[in-house]
Design a protein around this ligand. Structure first.
Ligand code: AMP
Length: 491
């Protein structure tokens, strides 16, 4: 989206905006919600109106303003609902990067959630008579044909789940594939082989994108989980399809992801409580910084809490920590104070003593046995121990805070939840989020391991929304523009 500065003589803002008094960006946020689904000229008028008011009614929260504009830009994309797809070749990028393992010489799908999430868009396209050509990546074959990373088993699973025949082609581009696609009939579905078998996919080679575009009248991107990558099948193909005069639209899953991680958090019902955990502060510091502008409370767990503890001058024993991020942690504490955000770190922890096992993991790192798990109620962690979970007092404090929430965003586990001995803190948070949801709060789970933890606790269907993206969700929550979204056609 281009933003022009205009003067009042050049442009009259809509009447609603004239009537507005403009104390801060939150007022704009509320009004923007009714405009996000408007057609392009109305949105342009709205933005222009804001700019006029911005010019004349200072002081103004510039950062809040930029968030509103970016939300408007993100939501302004064409969606699959806006298109006539009958008899058209619809090339659709999906995220079928499903976990698989080998059983009796066959690759078996362990978790079909990602396939399930694409069914609404596929059902719509089948119903409306499109010819559906699916493309996806699986694993990291590094540009080579790797039989264990073939998408063939996914085609069979998809056919089961969709209740429609799904053909499979053992290549992605080229004359043979073009011929096949050109012979398809309305309602046919085909899945192409792993796009990453071609090195040109990740290098975003324009000639490869052009080959993909030859298979399409329309491009649909429903792969939110891959939208943070500028690859041939995400951005390159969109450019090439648009150059040929075709439309590029978001699928229904992509639209939902942008709505929940974008618009819903742009205008959160308050109190807005954010729970952040996981391994590293460095992965999430931009999200923390951005959410400090919006949240009423931020609750920190996981290993990243130890960097915050270190920033407070506390001892953290052998806990996972990033000493080079202590200054960032201090800045976050400062900002929270300035903005009046309740910013909590654990007051007690489950700790254990790491002992070498002599074994190495897949990445060649020593595997440690975590012995003698116990609750540490002291602020300092003993020298021989490492923090592995939040403690019961912290879990209770976090539960109270979550119970007050009207909007919840959760990203990252509270401890090493993969080990049942250290999953209690994460499970307590999961339960508190579900209880708050039952009382009417909107709960948004920002992808990755918190989704795994909720599913493990069989609570996945009891929250408002679970993102399918890992890296993409984080980048979007940071406020970054996702290249795969930016490449789609405007409404
Ligand atoms: P992330 O991908 O950043 O959300 O991190 C998830 C990972 O953080 C999980 O594999 C957890 O086991 C790990 N994790 C959470 N808490 C701790 C902790 N206290 N010490 C070590 N690893 C942790």
């Amino acid at each position: 989206m281009k933003i022009f500065r205009v003067s009042q003589e050049d442009y009259s803002p809509p009447a609603e905006l004239h009537r507005l008094s403009v104390p801060n960006a939150r007022n704009f946020s509320r009004i923007s919600a009714s405009f996000v689904n408007a057609k392009k000229p109305e949105r342009a008028a709205f933005c222009a109106g804001i700019l006029v008011l911005w010019e004349f009614q200072k002081p103004f929260d510039c950062q809040g303003f930029s968030y509103i504009l970016s939300a408007l830009a993100d939501m302004a994309k064409l969606t699959v609902n806006d298109l006539d797809v009958r008899d058209k070749r619809v090339l659709m990028r999906v995220d079928y990067n499903v976990p698989m393992e080998e059983k009796d010489g066959q690759m078996v799908i362990n978790d079909a959630t990602r396939i399930k999430e694409t069914l609404p868009t596929l059902k719509l396209l089948v119903k409306n008579g499109a010819k559906i050509i699916l493309m996806a990546h699986l694993g990291r074959p590094d540009g080579k044909k790797e039989p264990t990373m073939s998408l063939r088993p996914v085609a069979a699973k998809l056919a089961d789940m969709l209740g429609v025949k799904v053909a499979f082609q053992d290549d992605t581009v080229g004359e043979r594939i073009e011929k096949y696609v050109n012979s398809m009939k309305a309602g046919d579905v085909v899945l192409l082989e792993n796009v990453r078998f071609y090195p040109e996919e990740e290098s975003n080679d324009p000639a490869f994108s052009e080959k993909l575009a030859r298979l399409a009248d329309i491009f649909v991107n429903d792969a939110f989980g891959a939208a943070h990558r500028a690859h041939g099948s995400t951005t390159g193909v969109a450019r090439a399809v648009a150059q040929r005069g075709g439309k590029c639209a978001a699928g229904l899953l992509m639209e939902r992801e942008l709505r929940f991680l974008g618009d819903e958090l742009e205008n959160p019902a308050r109190p807005f409580v954010v729970i952040l955990g996981g391994a590293k502060v460095s992965d999430k510091i931009k999200v923390i910084d951005r959410l400090l502008e919006k949240a009423d409370s931020i609750l920190i767990g996981g290993a990243m809490a130890y960097t915050f503890k270190l920033a407070q001058g506390l001892q953290i024993g052998k806990s996972l920590v990033e000493p080079d991020r202590v200054e960032m942690a201090k800045a976050a504490f400062e900002k929270a104070k300035k903005k009046g955000v309740t910013f909590l770190i654990p007051t007690d922890n489950v700790i254990a003593n790491p002992a070498p096992t002599g074994k190495l993991n897949k990445k060649g790192k020593p595997v440690l046995d975590l012995q003698n798990p116990r609750v540490n109620t002291q602020p300092n962690i003993p020298a021989e121990a490492e923090g592995v979970d939040i403690g019961p007092a912290t879990a209770a404090r976090y539960r109270d805070e979550i119970a007050k929430a009207k909007t919840i965003l959760w990203n990252g586990p509270m401890g090493i939840f993969e080990d049942p001995r250290f999953a209690e803190g994460t499970n307590a948070v999961a339960k508190a989020v579900v209880e708050a949801t039952q009382k009417g709060a909107k709960s948004i789970i920002g992808g990755g391991d918190s989704v795994k933890a909720l599913n493990k606790a069989k609570l996945g269907d009891q929250v408002t929304f679970m993102s399918t993206g890992g890296g993409a969700s984080l980048e979007f929550l940071e406020g970054s523009e996702l290249p795969g979204v930016a490449a789609l056609s405007d409404k």
